[in-house]
Design a protein around this ligand. Structure first.
Ligand code: 16G
Length: 247
């Protein structure tokens, strides 16, 4: 079993985090298993309780573990935890978890913007937009259906891109010079309709999350409007909240 390297420049809590994460990944600790206490972990790895607490708290925040008052810390059921703080794309999110992201393109077309999309993307009705519908998978398991509408000068060229092999966000940034700055996102609960359920390989009427995202190059230039359907049972969205300090 891996141990803490005292001479390493990597902070001990960070090393411990990776060791604990590894134990979950290796299946040594299963979903809903109670993990050893802070005291046991600190004694086992020869580190302070503070360090053990910090590593465990980080993993709770990342959704690897969850705590139950008075009972201890448990392994989370294997859900995808996505932090709602950084603007990232699917490829980045899934790679960060050590899984293999992939995509199946369901449709990819240039169409005239209808009234709703034109208003959101702040363009004229009828202007060309690229509409892409993809099934997104992690380690070959379907997780989400993404339907995105993109507009920028030259967006027609996206039609010839292979979006099964390439990350859309990476292409936009690196090839098309579209700098991604920020996004507004909303999440709504719903039930899977037959067509989406079939693609996601879930039962009709299972819980899903609708996610709508408008992404901007700068505050006044939206270039993407995405409406996605995520499997509700496979995702946890996580936000860290901090109370304003009273002056
Ligand atoms: C995420 C985004 C989507 C974006 C895609 C790019 C939502 C809620 N969020 O899924 O807007 O188009 O990532 O992914 O759909 P890619 O860079 O892996 O192609």
């Amino acid at each position: 079993m891996k141990s803490i390297h005292r001479g390493s420049p990597i902070p001990r809590y960070h090393q411990l985090k990776e060791i604990l994460r590894e134990r979950v990944k290796a299946g040594e600790w299963k979903p809903n298993d109670l993990i050893p206490s802070e005291r046991e972990i600190s004694e086992f790895y020869g580190i302070s309780r503070m360090t053990a607490r910090q590593a465990i708290t980080d993993l709770v925040n990342e959704g690897v573990f969850y705590r139950e008052q008075g009972r201890g810390t448990f392994v989370t059921r294997n859900k995808i935890t996505q932090q709602l703080m950084r603007l990232t794309g699917f490829t980045e999110d899934i790679s960060a978890r050590g899984q293999r992201p992939s995509a199946r393109v369901l449709s990819q077309e240039i169409i005239p913007a209808d009234e709703k999309i034109a208003e959101i993307l702040r363009i004229e009705v009828g202007e060309s937009i690229c509409r892409i519908e993809r099934l997104r998978l992690a380690d070959e398991a379907p997780l989400a259906i993404e339907r995105t509408h993109i507009h920028f000068r030259g967006c027609e060229n996206l039609l010839s891109e292979d979006l099964e092999q390439h990350s859309l966000y990476r292409l936009l940034e690196e090839k098309y010079g579209v700098p991604l700055l920020e996004a507004d996102q909303e999440i709504e609960a719903g039930l899977a309709m037959p067509e989406d359920a079939q693609k996601l390989e879930i039962e009709v009427n299972s819980a899903i999350l609708f996610i709508r995202r408008t992404t901007y190059t700068d505050r006044n230039t939206p270039f993407e409007y995405a409406t996605s359907v995520y499997c509700g049972s496979k995702y946890v969205f996580y936000t860290h909240l901090r109370r304003d300090q009273l002056l």
